[in-house]
Design a protein around this ligand. Structure first.
Ligand code: HPA
Length: 262
């Protein structure tokens, strides 16, 4: 049975309906992951869940050990990761509660360890033309249709360092560059997964209007509230997605290292 990983973001520290079988604490050559991995079953699939900010939300975005988290999934034999994150909505028409299936990324992070390949195992340049797994996005779309959970097909994620929120001018510039949503955790998660040939899908939940889009001051309470309000929808979507995931992968992600090494 193929294994699927789920990374939970702000407001998602457990998956309701996951039949928990065990919890595993591990270490990796890159240090400690955000916490224990929760291993269970849902929709006939083995699911491995990790809350990226820790179970009690005590790890800020810039302190997350992204390499350890992704390495841990690989160690468990995970082939696909569904990554859930709270974002600010930039694109016109996006509103709190909307779910966006990402298809592109703009990486504005500055201070993160963003590769597994520091030269010891040769020099690696993975292809990142299409940062998110196209097959998983199609499966999520189908799951959205079947469950009648509305999802938006495609969106560009502007990844920022945080932990502060953005200025109105920053958001304006991201919009000009093509950013649809903004968040603090989407990179380097996506590229690290690709470096280990794991399929990675970004499911963004709009928690607030990005800075300057609405006149209101942004608050953390608003972000948490919107995420809480979306958990039922997410659960439905995830359960159906697990059922639709085929055993074998037909996407290019599984061969990401082919022709990527010097
Ligand atoms: N900006 C950055 N990250 C976020 C936001 C935001 O407005 N909302 C939720 N995560």
């Amino acid at each position: 049975m193929s294994k699927t990983g789920v990374i939970g973001g702000s407001g998602l520290y457990e998956i309701k309906g996951l039949v928990l079988k065990s919890r595993k604490k591990i270490t990796t050559p890159f240090g400690k992951p955000s916490g224990e991995y929760f291993i269970g079953e849902m929709g006939n699939k083995e699911i491995i869940f990790l809350p990226r900010h820790g179970k009690r939300h005590n790890i800020p975005p810039h302190m997350i050990n992204y390499r350890a988290n992704i390495w841990g999934f690989k160690k468990f034999g995970v082939e696909r990761i569904l990554s859930i994150s709270a974002v600010g909505g930039i694109k016109k028409g996006l509103k709190p509660g909307d779910i966006v299936l990402l298809d592109q990324v703009l990486d504005m992070t500055k201070n993160r360890k963003s590769t597994f390949y520091d030269g010891k195992e040769g020099v690696v340049h993975i292809d990142f033309t299409e940062p998110y797994c196209p097959e998983l996005r199609q499966i999520l779309l189908k799951a959205g249709k079947r469950t009648r959970v509305p999802v938006k097909n495609g969106g560009t994620y502007a990844a920022v360092e945080g932990p502060r929120l953005e200025s109105a001018s920053e958001i304006k510039s991201f919009a000009i560059l093509g950013g649809d949503v903004v968040g603090m955790t989407g990179m380097p998660e996506a590229s690290l997964a690709r470096e280990l040939e794991i399929c990675y899908s970004g499911i963004s939940v709009v928690a607030n209007y990005a800075a300057g889009i609405s006149r209101n001051k942004l608050t953390v309470a608003e972000v948490m509230e919107a995420m809480k309000a979306s958990t039922e929808k997410l659960k439905l979507l995830l359960r159906q997605t697990f059922m639709l995931i085929p055993e074998k992968r037909r996407c290019p992600c599984k061969e990401a290292l082919k022709e990527a090494k010097i």
